[in-house]
Design a protein around this ligand. Structure first.
Ligand SMILES: C[S@@+](CC[C@H](N)C(=O)[O-])C[C@H]1O[C@@H](n2cnc3c(N)ncnc32)[C@H](O)[C@@H]1O
Length: 287
C-alpha cells in the first residue's frame, strides 16, 4: 500500500544545490548516502541489492538486463552503483550472460571517489567533465540499450528541469529508473531523522583523519545542521508517481505510446527507510 502523503509538494532550496556550498560538505553527504545504499538490516538485502532486483525485474528479467548499459546520471560519490554492478554482473555471468557496463556522471563530478570505484571494476567508467542531467546525451556503449538511473536526485529538479530530464530519457534511452528515499510521508520523515542523527557516528568512522570534518561536526555542528536542513527540505520535494508522470504527460508532442510507466515502494531499511521507485521502459524491451 502506498504511504500516505502528508502535504503538497514544495520546492524549497537545498544547500547542496547552491554553488557556494563547500565541497567538503557535499562530499560528507555523498559518502553517507553511499554507505546507506550498502547497509543491510533485513533479509531483503541492502537498498542497493533491492534496487538491483527492481531493475532486473522492471526490465523484464536477466536476459533483457543483459542488453543494457546503465548510466548513473547524478552519481554523487557513486551511490549504489558499485554494489549494483557487482550484484548485477554476478547474477548475469552466473546465468551465462555477459557482464554489463555502468557509467557514472554528475553535474559536480566526484572524480576522486569515482577513480577509486573504477579501479575496483572494469565494468564501471565515468565522465570527468560535468554532465547536466537536464541536457544529457546518449552514453550507452555501442550496440547496447541505455537505462538512465536517477538515484536520490530526482527531487533536486524543479518541475521545469524534471520535465527536461524525463523528456530526454524518453527521446534518447530505452529505459529509466528513479529511486528516492525522501518523500512527504511519515516513514521518510522518520528515516531522515535517523540519518541526521547517524552523522554523529559516521563522521568519526569516515573522517577521523580530517580536523575540518571533526570540528564542523562535534565542536561547531555545521555538518549535522546541514544534514537536517537538506534532509527535511528534500522530503518536502518528493514526488508521488502521479506527480512524476504528470510531468511527462503535459509535454506536447512527446510520444509515450511506446512506453510503459510503473512505480512502487518498499521498505529497504528497517524500520522506516522506504525506497520509492518510478520506472519507464520501452515496450519493445520486454518483447
Ligand atoms: C543527493 S545526491 C545523490 C548522490 C547519489 N546518486 C547517491 O544516491 O548517493 C544528488 C546528486 O545529484 C547531482 N545533481 C544535482 N543536479 C544535477 C544535474 N542537473 N545534473 C546532474 N547531476 C545533478 C548532485 O551533484 C548530487 O551528486
Amino acid at each position: 500500500m502506498a504511504s500516505w502523503v502528508l502535504f503538497p509538494r514544495l520546492h524549497l532550496a537545498e544547500i547542496e544545490d547552491q554553488s557556494w556550498c563547500p565541497s567538503w560538505l557535499r562530499e560528507h553527504t555523498h559518502r553517507a548516502l553511499a554507505r546507506m545504499w550498502q547497509t543491510s538490516n533485513s533479509k531483503n538485502g541492502s537498498p542497493a541489492a533491492q534496487a538491483c532486483d527492481l531493475l532486473i525485474h522492471g526490465l523484464g528479467g536477466l536476459d533483457k538486463a543483459a542488453e543494457f548499459t546503465f548510466v548513473d546520471s547524478c552519481a554523487g560519490a557513486g551511490g549504489p552503483t558499485p554494489l549494483l554492478e557487482t550484484i548485477m554482473n554476478t547474477r548475469l555471468t552466473s546465468n551465462g550472460y555477459k557482464p554489463v557496463d555502468f557509467v557514472l556522471t554528475d553535474l559536480w563530478p566526484d572524480v576522486k571517489a569515482w577513480e577509486k570505484i573504477a579501479k575496483q571494476s572494469e565494468y564501471i567508467s565515468y565522465f570527468e567533465e560535468p554532465i547536466d542531467a537536464t541536457k544529457p546525451r546518449r552514453l550507452a556503449r555501442q550496440g547496447t540499450k541505455e537505462c538512465r538511473i536517477f538515484n536520490l536526485c530526482f527531487h533536486h529538479f524543479t518541475d521545469e528541469a524534471a520535465e527536461k530530464v524525463l523528456a530526454s530519457a524518453v527521446q534518447s534511452t530505452d529505459a529509466f529508473m528513479i529511486f528516492e528515499m525522501t518523500h512527504r510521508t511519515i516513514p521518510s520523515l522518520l528515516n531522515t531523522t535517523i540519518v541526521i542523527l547517524s552523522v554523529f557516528f559516521t563522521t568519526l568512522y569516515d573522517f577521523y583523519w580530517s580536523p575540518i570534518h571533526l570540528i564542523f561536526t562535534y565542536l561547531i555542528p555545521l555538518a549535522p545542521i546541514f544534514y537536517a536542513v537538506d534532509g527535511y527540505v528534500s522530503c518536502t520535494r518528493g514526488r508521488t508517481a502521479e506527480e512524476t508522470w504528470a510531468l511527462l504527460h503535459r509535454q506536447p508532442g512527446l510520444d509515450l505510446s511506446e512506453w510503459e510507466l510503473k512505480s512502487g515502494e518498499q521498505t529497504a531499511l528497517v524500520p522506516f527507510g522506504k525506497l520509492y521507485w518510478y520506472l519507464g521502459v520501452k515496450k519493445s524491451v520486454s518483447k
